[in-house]
Design a protein around this ligand. Structure first.
Ligand code: CA
Length: 514
């Protein structure tokens, strides 16, 4: 090849890459739509997340396939349900040999990076650069995180949300190759349990009284037996660390002094009051939500910072920015914290996107979309054909305000993590937006909800004669979905889990650690 043709090839390649949009995926852990003002939050304000929605699109019905941290991440990477990507529950090892969207983007000339929480036990594959939180089962700590940077442990002395932001900014500014399009995943740890705020917000919202959800003090009447036996109750399941009655062992110096300043007086008053029953639940709720919101404010600041950089650097125009969370979260609804159940607060996750000139500012969409669709969406945006085995659909037409024919009208869900933290039994279900059917298949118990008349899902209609035909229709939808999605039978799943539960060794389930 002559020097001239080499130069031509270089410029040609550069022009192709220059036209490809960057993808900046901003992700958090356990951030419920109820704590985002763009979704009508009654408890806080998130101006920077709202900015993405106001300058782009808000998806109002983004549902997750399995409402728990690791499995959601595995679904996002692979575009497949848990039963096909092999990552059913936390504390397994993700098989990084399988096809993922970052690998396909990288092959198509993208520079790929993931910085922040990973939580899939095996190290990331398909990335030019990774720096991910380690320790505490992949959860890491709110302060002074230990991270794995391209295979090497690195220690930081900082608040985790802030250092994750700084590392992402540094990669964007100083480390990436500016001649290539990028796909960057900035993945926050917050606002995961145990909701430890930054120094900036540790004393914030002290006088604010948060409104209680209408079913905070519910008695679970009419629900499946398993629902009553969970261990995620605001009144009874929170530990002293969750409630900030004791400081985390890893806090020291000024951080520990801040902690005492924020909580000591309130804790002394609490000890003196000797609360019980409803009053105790209400007190725990206020403490929980205050800390949760404090953590969310740091996430919102992070987003403000990166959006400002995209503006300054001129990258904003050609960058698709996405904000989402691995699943929703209960903020007191049903008396709970945590997620896992197919109820709306956990099932539904935030999804907002901005892409100037491509997505109409201030738009919204209420079709059923999913974290199952993210991989195909990002591939489509990059002009890469998605493999047939991926089970979602590209959201690109929806982002352009088109309503594709045959868009999904019902959605399948499956939670596998029992026994595990919070003791939520395995269940699957289907929703069409109007009705929701849930099957606790280990005891063959059913729940049916009319989402229009009972959006909080308080009244189980599964045994109500008036809902008999709806129950039959929803059961057919569930069967149909399972066939379409190649889900093993209940019996096969029960057998598979039984052997593993007997061994009481969940880490043996799935691929072996490399
Ligand atoms: Ca999570």
């Amino acid at each position: 090849m002559t020097k001239y043709s080499q130069l031509f090839l270089f410029l040609f390649t550069l022009s192709i890459f220059a036209s490809k949009p960057n993808i900046f995926f901003i992700f958090s852990d356990d951030h419920a739509t109820q704590a985002i003002s763009a979704y009508g939050s009654k408890i806080n304000s998130t101006p920077n997340i709202d900015r993405i929605a106001n300058e782009g699109i808000r998806f109002d019905r983004c549902l997750v396939t399995n409402a728990i941290c690791g499995p959601s991440r595995a679904t996002i990477l692979t575009g497949k349900y848990s039963h096909l990507n092999g990552f059913y529950k936390n504390d397994m090892y993700f098989n990084g040999d399988q096809v993922t969207f970052p690998k396909l983007l990288r092959k198509a000339g993208y520079q790929t990076a993931v910085i922040g929480k990973w939580h899939l036990a095996t190290l990331p594959t398909g990335f030019d650069h990774f720096e991910v939180i380690t320790g505490y089962g992949g959860q890491g700590k709110y302060y002074h995180p230990i991270m794995n940077k391209n295979g090497k442990p690195t220690n930081y002395r900082a608040y985790t949300t802030e250092i994750i932001t700084e590392l992402n900014m540094d990669w964007l500014k100083n480390q990436r190759d500016p001649t290539k399009p990028f796909m960057l995943m900035m993945q926050h740890k917050a606002p995961h349990r145990a909701w430890l705020p930054s120094a900036k917000y540790m004393n914030a919202f002290k006088d604010k009284k948060f409104p209680e959800p209408s079913n905070l003090h519910t008695n679970y009447k009419g629900k499946a037996s398993h629902v009553k036996k969970q261990d995620m109750m605001i009144k009874d399941s929170m530990n002293p660390g969750d409630l900030k009655l004791t400081p985390p062992k890893y806090l020291d110096g000024a951080d520990l002094a801040n902690w005492h300043e924020a909580y000591d007086d309130e804790n002394a008053a609490f000890a003196k009051a000797k609360l019980s029953g409803k009053a105790l639940r209400s007190w725990n709720y206020q403490r929980y939500i205050r800390d949760y919101v404090r953590c969310v404010q740091s996430i919102d600041d992070s987003i403000g910072e990166v959006l400002a950089y995209l503006d300054e650097s001129g990258l904003a125009e050609n960058t698709l920015v996405i904000y989402s969370s691995d699943q929703g979260f209960f903020l007191g609804e049903h008396g709970w914290f945590d997620k896992r159940f197919m109820y709306e607060e956990a099932l539904r996750t935030p999804l907002v996107m901005r892409w100037p000139g491509k997505i109409k500012a201030g738009s919204s969409n209420s079709l059923i979309v999913s974290n199952l669709d993210f991989a195909q969406t990002f591939l489509d945006v990059a002009g890469v054909t998605a493999p047939d085995e991926m089970q979602g659909a590209s959201l690109l037409p929806l982002m352009r305000d088109k309503k594709p024919k045959n868009w999904r009208s019902s959605f399948y869900y499956h939670y596998y993590g029992y026994p595990d933290w919070h003791l939520v039994q395995k269940h699957c279900g289907v929703t069409d937006g109007r009705y929701k059917l849930i099957h606790f298949y280990t005891t063959d118990e059913w729940e049916l909800y009319d989402m229009e008349k009972d959006p909080r899902e308080n009244q189980n209609r599964a045994s109500d004669p008036e809902f008999k035909s709806i129950l039959d229709t929803m059961r057919k939808k569930l069967t149909h979905q399972r066939i379409q999605l190649k889900v093993p039978s209940d019996q096969e799943l029960i057998e598979k889990f039984k052997n593993l539960e007997k061994e009481n060794s969940y880490l043996k389930w799935g691929v072996k650690k490399k």
